[in-house]
Design a binder for this molecule. Structure first.
Ligand SMILES: Nc1ncnc2c1ncn2[C@@H]1O[C@H](COP(=O)(O)OP(=O)(O)OP(=O)(O)O)[C@@H](O)[C@H]1O
Ligand SMILES: [Mg+2]
Length: 318
């Protein structure tokens, strides 16, 4: 019952917002929020809360979004939480393919590993929509609705670029996870830094997009986004850069309001697991009894990350 209501509320809410003169991008994001607000108000009647939405986003490509998304979603599924996933990168479909690889590997090997659900964004006939409504909004709404009724968590993997789908998804985020390569090139999408690598000159495009999403949630009376930046692919060397990044992130976190979570070091295992759709947590189940030191450390990093996310109802037990 719960899921379908988002779709039913969507068209009803967009028209008044458009009439107020807001641009379509904002109108629809606010409208999505209105839908969730409506659902939350009614959730008592269903005897369960609405799903907690975790968005993994960063407009910088290759930061580790899909890797983090797959690991967090699988960790939640393994801990017994009903977890659904969406992949908003409709071209690369990395998370979708990761999960396809997992299903195929499990079928071939006769394995039954705990796994998150996956929902496709359904095709919607643009010509059937009322004028001014965005087909992508409707596709996202329908996909969220598919998972909302049955999941505790919905994890949304965003593309490494600025798209309408990603923008709308960010305003839905209860928790936003932003993996960031340990490089000032990647940092530049959050904030501009002066030549000294220390002085922050102002927020950049991605931080501004998150700020807009936060404004929309505030207008809708929703809880603020809990934004967590995760450092990824940290190297054992280059201590000077590492320390500078740490200092810059710490300064920026206070200024634009995010938490910094412990992330992953550069580890080859992350690249090896994809073809079989596996995560670090599955290795024991497929018969790897002696994890090497790097894999044990990577597991610990994942544990620390999931703990740091402070997700509702989650006690990390792996
Ligand atoms: N901690 C890590 N150590 C080593 N390799 C990593 C690590 N994290 C991610 N990778 C590798 O980096 C590449 C990019 O990762 P991933 O696809 O998760 O990034 P993304 O942010 O989703 O990229 P896109 O923006 O293209 O969607 C992949 O080859 C992945 O296997
Ligand atoms: Mg990706």
């Amino acid at each position: 019952m719960g899921g379908r209501q988002i779709g039913a509320l969507w068209p009803r809410n967009v028209r008044p917002l458009l009439a107020q003169g807001r641009g379509p991008a904002f109108a629809s994001r606010a409208q999505v929020l209105d839908c969730r607000e409506g659902l939350e108000a009614e959730s008592g009647a269903w005897g369960r809360a609405v799903a907690h939405i975790i968005v993994v986003g960063n407009e910088k490509g290759g930061a580790g979004k899909s890797t983090v998304a797959m690991h967090v979603a699988t960790a939640l599924a393994r801990m017994g939480h009903r977890t659904g996933t969406l992949d908003l990168d409709l071209r690369q479909r990395t998370l979708a393919r990761y999960l396809e690889n997992r299903s195929r590997h499990m079928a071939r090997e006769g394995l039954d590993l705990p796994s998150p659900l996956f929902a496709e964004l359904p095709e919607i006939d643009q010509s059937a929509l009322p004028p001014g409504e965005n087909v992508m909004d409707h596709r996202l709404s329908a996909a969220v609705a598919t998972l909302e009724g049955t999941c505790d968590f919905i994890l949304i993997d965003c593309p490494g670029s600025h798209t309408r789908l990603s923008q709308v998804a960010h305003s839905l985020a209860d928790t936003l996870v932003t993996p960031l390569n340990d490089s000032f090139v990647d940092f530049d999408l959050l904030a501009r830094v002066d030549n000294d690598g220390e002085t922050i000159m102002g927020p950049s495009v991605y931080a501004e997009m998150v700020w807009n999403a936060r404004q929309l949630r505030a207008q809708a009376g929703l809880e603020p986004i809990d934004w967590i930046v995760v450092r990824n692919r940290m190297g054992a060397q280059n201590m000077v850069n590492k320390k500078k990044m740490e200092a810059a992130l710490s300064k920026l976190s206070r200024r634009i309001g995010f938490r910094v979570a412990p992330g992953f070091n550069e580890r080859v295992i992350f690249r090896e697991l994809f073809p079989r759709g596996l995560t670090l947590l599955d290795l024991r189940d497929i018969g790897v009894t002696n994890l090497n030191i790097s894999n044990v450390a990577a597991r610990q990093e994942l544990r620390d990350l999931v703990k740091a996310l402070q997700l509702p109802g989650v006690t990390v037990g792996f």
